[in-house]
Write a protein that binds this ligand. Structure first.
Ligand code: ATP
Ligand code: MG
Length: 283
């Protein structure tokens, strides 16, 4: 059985659990339990504080885990990375009080900066040749300037609304983060095989999230040109419509590309275009 560590409760929890569920892995979870086993896949789930996940995976207490890159790199364990998962995207940024003048990172020379990410911040300051005093605090970083602890902060930002409500302005992006899957480097053969199976499912889910199933009607003389716009997995499926001279064309398209080619599809005479979500996609 493979043991995965995920965050117990916080900003990674829901997406981590959803990914496991979308892989068709069922389990019974209760907010009180710290450990659960899947009923249909050889997976045991541990629910932990996110900060503890890289250490547990490095030590082999858990075989694999899901954690933010910000935490992983801060703890110096990026070598555990298997792959990026594309959710919980956020950035680590420097911010100063709104009214303060700021023109470049050099303005932070000799200043006090409060953060929960001293290593990531130090790396960034070193890269820019700036010397500053880093004050490591574990939470509520954004109030540090208003209580006189620091002139600047370095904290996680997604929309920026927390900064604004604390009278701060984002001035430098220090690190970009997303959730990553990590694994212990000494998994035995059996566990490696379970991980492979899990990754196969993860990839099918990820591919499906980007892909859409597209159905449209085209005049027969345009089937060729529309097919070139919609190559699909191999080639589109073409079926005759009950109305003479028309075909129905089925294909798979990346949602981002869809908006780019929609005009061309219409120019080529496509009608009745349906775009439908795909649940899983194996190629
Ligand atoms: P824990 O109690 O497990 O230690 P925490 O308070 O340290 O939790 P959270 O705030 O739940 O951590 O954030 C977990 C991770 O989610 C962060 O390390 C980061 O990778 C990501 N994250 C943080 N804030 C956001 C956000 N606003 N949007 C998206 N992802 C975020
Ligand atoms: Mg934490």
């Amino acid at each position: 059985m493979l043991r995965i560590a995920i965050q117990k409760s916080g900003r990674l929890s829901d997406d981590s659990l959803n990914l496991i569920r979308e892989c068709g892995i069922s389990f019974i979870s209760s907010s009180l339990k710290l450990k659960t086993e899947s009923t249909n896949f050889p997976l045991e789930i541990l629910f932990l504080r996110d900060d503890d996940i890289p250490g547990y995976v490095a030590d082999g207490v858990a075989d694999i885990g899901i954690v933010g890159e910000n935490v992983l790199v801060e703890e110096g364990k990026e070598e555990l990375t298997v792959e990026k998962l594309g959710f919980s995207k956020c950035r680590l940024s420097l911010a100063v009080p709104k009214a303060d003048e700021y023109s470049s990172i050099a303005d932070l020379e000799g200043k006090n900066i409060a953060t929960s990410y001293p290593n990531l911040l130090q790396t960034y300051l070193d890269k820019h040749g700036v010397k500053a005093q880093i004050h490591t605090i574990s939470g509520s970083v954004e109030i540090a300037p208003s209580i006189g602890l620091a002139e600047a902060i370095c904290d996680i930002v997604s929309s920026g609304s927390t900064l604004i409500s604390n009278g701060l302005r984002e001035v430098e992006r220090v690190f970009s983060s997303q959730a990553v899957l990590i694994a212990n480097s000494n998994l035995n053969e059996e566990k490696k095989q379970i991980l492979e199976k899990l990754l196969f499912r993860v990839h099918a889910v990820q591919r499906a999230q980007r892909a859409k199933y597209i159905v449209l009607n085209v005049p027969n003389d345009q089937v060729e040109s529309v097919s070139q716009l919609l190559p699909g997995i191999k080639a589109p499926t073409v079926m005759p419509l009950a109305e003479e001279g028309w075909s129905s064309l089925h294909s798979v398209v990346n949602e981002d590309d869809f908006w780019e080619i929609i005009e061309k599809l219409k120019e080529a005479g496509a009608q009745g275009i349906l775009v439908v979500p795909i649940e899983k996609m194996i190629v």
